[in-house]
Design a protein around this ligand. Structure first.
Ligand SMILES: C[S@@+](CC[C@H](N)C(=O)[O-])C[C@H]1O[C@@H](n2cnc3c(N)ncnc32)[C@H](O)[C@@H]1O
Length: 194
């Protein structure tokens, strides 16, 4: 496995623990914001013995979109429009290198995706789009598809450089307080569908 992951090791373990909890639920696994697929291959490794579950990976593959006011932070100078540009082929090659089953890779901006781009049921979702509008758009796509007991993990919930991610989670929880339980794992938000 690659040494340099986008998600630090301790978080990776916590993330994969959450995925393990959902393995016996109906539904597929999605990652919104896969970049070069480093975390995707870890998710795929857990799913290796579960050929009934598909892994869907979404990304613009154009890098980050523009920030909105919600993302502004004195600490956030690193994240600019067009940064983190990757290619679907890089992701595909990584899966081949580790002999993992091919994922479904969907190139597009999250707010332009439609029903046909998503599985009908989702047991586990990783939202890692960094910005307020990106996380909001991801919630909009996954929320109604989550199976009971299914888990949504949002990366960067507690990251001062990316305040929009936390704001999008808090707003979603306010609007859906009867449908999801919530806890924090390292810097990630974990939402469990009731
Ligand atoms: C931090 S990276 C993801 C890292 C990856 N999950 C990992 O751990 O290796 C964020 C990714 O989200 C994508 N992204 C952010 N907002 C997006 C949007 N609104 N639509 C499509 N892709 C988006 C960017 O292109 C970028 O590749």
């Amino acid at each position: 496995m690659p040494k340099e992951l986008q998600i630090p090791d301790r978080e990776t373990k916590l993330l994969l623990d959450e995925l393990e909890k959902t393995l016996d639920l109906p539904g597929d696994v999605v990652e919104f914001g896969c970049y070069e697929g480093d975390t995707s291959i870890l998710l795929a490794g857990v799913l290796r013995d579960r050929p009934d579950k598909w892994l869907y990976l979404y990304d613009s593959f154009e890098g980050l979109p523009a920030k909105t006011a919600e993302d502004n932070s004195a600490d956030g100078w690193r994240f600019k429009s067009g940064e983190l540009k990757a290619s679907p082929d890089t992701v595909r090659h990584k899966f081949k290198k580790y002999a993992l089953p091919d994922p479904v890779i969907v190139k597009g901006w999250f707010n332009e995706l439609g029903n046909s781009d998503l599985p009908s049921e989702i047991s586990f979702a990783l939202l890692d789009g960094d910005f307020y509008e990106s996380i909001k758009a991801s919630f909009k796509l996954v929320a109604s598809r989550m199976t009971s007991g299914g888990i949504i993990v949002v990366h960067d919930y507690r990251n001062a450089e990316l305040p929009g991610a936390g704001l999008a989670v808090n707003e979603f929880l306010e609007e859906n307080e009867n449908d999801f339980d919530f806890h924090i794992a390292a810097s990630m938000a974990v939402l469990v569908k009731r």
